[in-house]
Design a protein. Sequence first.
Length: 234
Amino acid sequence: MNRRENLKLLFTGSIGAGLLMTGCEPEEQIATGQLLEGGTPGARTAEEKERDAKLLADSFFTEEERKKLDTLIDIIMPADSESPAATELNVTDFMDFMMLDQPGYQTPMRGGLMWLDFEADEKFGKPFNELSKDQVIEIVELVAWPDKADPAYEGGVKWFNLLRNLTCTGYFTTEAGWKYMGYQGNTPNVWDGIPQQVLDKHGLSNPSQYEEFYLKPEDRAKVVQWDEQGNIIG
């Protein structure tokens, strides 16, 4: 299983448990191309709109820093046959907004981006943005795997974790990200009992007395009443 599949499973299983960091509000999503198709902006106060407008008009990263980030986020979330690369979804723009929205990220993020140049100079005698793809991967491998990393790179590991979390948050709060996970959202469905193949596997069957009460769109508002023995009474 590759890294992208691991991330897919991670977010599919944990998204409801608050693993994602604070995502974009609708206005921010519009600005960074992240508003889901058919999405409706939620109610926002005048003060919130004014604050967001100020943040969206500003920028934190330099062009040099953005180039570093574009390189790294496409390593974390590259394009494949199912979905686009992180840069195609404007994830760097999302991260830029997060630096302004959550100033506590600024120092560790900028420190990590500076470390890239230090490490690149130590190993290859040139800035990070001038490295070849193989050289970039060599530096990334130093900090991408916490369990394998040299203790001397503890700070770099923490920074890369922050970068990876922000990348995945930005990616999986886009329409393409939701589609990649197969997330359906708040959409109506029909439940007609436990699937027959599951019942057959365990030698069970759906109780026939409950058939008319299985969830159907036309009966969505119907409330079933039960007696103390678990029998339906209406």
